[in-house]
Design a protein around this ligand. Structure first.
Ligand SMILES: O=C(O)CCC(=O)C(=O)O
Ligand SMILES: [Fe+2]
Length: 255
């Protein structure tokens, strides 16, 4: 897995032609009348699990607002200690983060509403927008966004269940292919950040179990700087939007 992670970061590896041949680009309106006029431009980066790229979903002025709000509040990123639940600083995650509230600025409100339109999922139980800046060498080693079986208390205090899905907006990319890709080592794919685009995937199977294949990483930035904004969407409130499936995935696909 580690060698694949590194090779993907270097741009040396990608999915097979057989997999690529099945991927499509399409317009998406989710049945929303407004979106019939201005549908999202969606590119499939992988199918099953579906990893989607939404193009042009954050405007330049929105990106500028988000950066300006976040900049003075950036703090070193931490992770949660699995046992104590406390904040810990680790070498595996080097970046600076700030949290923005939805009502701080119209641009943030609009972006959060857009995530709802893109995904069809409710934002009522989602975490606040997390803005991340990676400088040179900044990275986040392979990890899951969801709480695994052995961490049942990870999101306990939020009371909104596990992280069902992730939306990751790209606000600035390192110079072309000079690090900073979001890579999925089990799927052999690298998403090269593109300003204004966003990646979306479900972290959980429809059974509610974690999807092992969603392991991903932010590759070290080699030149320039990388900005992303994450919206982590939770399970609570999605029961009519993404109903549970009746089939359980095989144990080797869960985590
Ligand atoms: O910055 C990226 O490309 C991915 C970030 C990420 O996976 C995370 O913050 O959980
Ligand atoms: Fe992540």
């Amino acid at each position: 897995m580690w060698l694949t992670y590194e090779a993907l970061c270097r741009g040396e590896k990608g999915p097979s032609d057989k997999i690529l041949a099945k991927l499509k680009c399409r317009y998406l309106d989710n049945g929303n009348p407004f979106l019939k006029i201005a549908p999202f431009k969606v590119e499939e980066a992988y199918a099953n699990p579906d990893i989607l790229i939404f193009h042009d979903v954050m405007a330049d002025d929105e990106i500028a607002t988000i950066k300006a709000l976040a900049q003075p509040r950036l703090e070193r990123a931490a992770v949660q200690n699995l046992i104590t639940g406390e904040k810990a600083f680790i070498q595996a995650r080097i970046s600076k983060v700030a949290i923005l509230k939805e009502f701080e600025h119209k641009h943030v409100t609009d972006v959060v509403q857009r995530v709802e339109d893109m995904t069809g999922l409710t934002m009522e139980t989602a975490e606040k927008l997390q803005v991340v800046n990676y400088g040179i060498g900044g990275h986040y080693e392979p990890h899951y966004d969801f709480a695994r079986r052995e961490e049942p208390n990870a999101f306990h205090s939020l009371g909104t269940g596990n992280r069902i899905a992730t939306v990751l907006f790209y606000g600035e990319q390192p110079f072309f292919h000079q690090g900073g890709a979001t890579v999925f080592p089990y799927l052999d794919i690298a998403l090269w950040p593109k300003k204004g685009a966003a990646a979306f995937w479900y972290n959980l199977h429809s059974s509610g179990e974690g999807d092992k294949m969603t392991l991903h990483a932010a590759c070290p930035v080699l030149t320039g700087s990388k900005w992303v904004s994450n919206k982590w969407i939770h399970e609570a409130g999605q029961q009519f939007r993404r109903p549970c499936g009746l089939k359980r995935p095989p144990p080797e696909l869960t985590a």
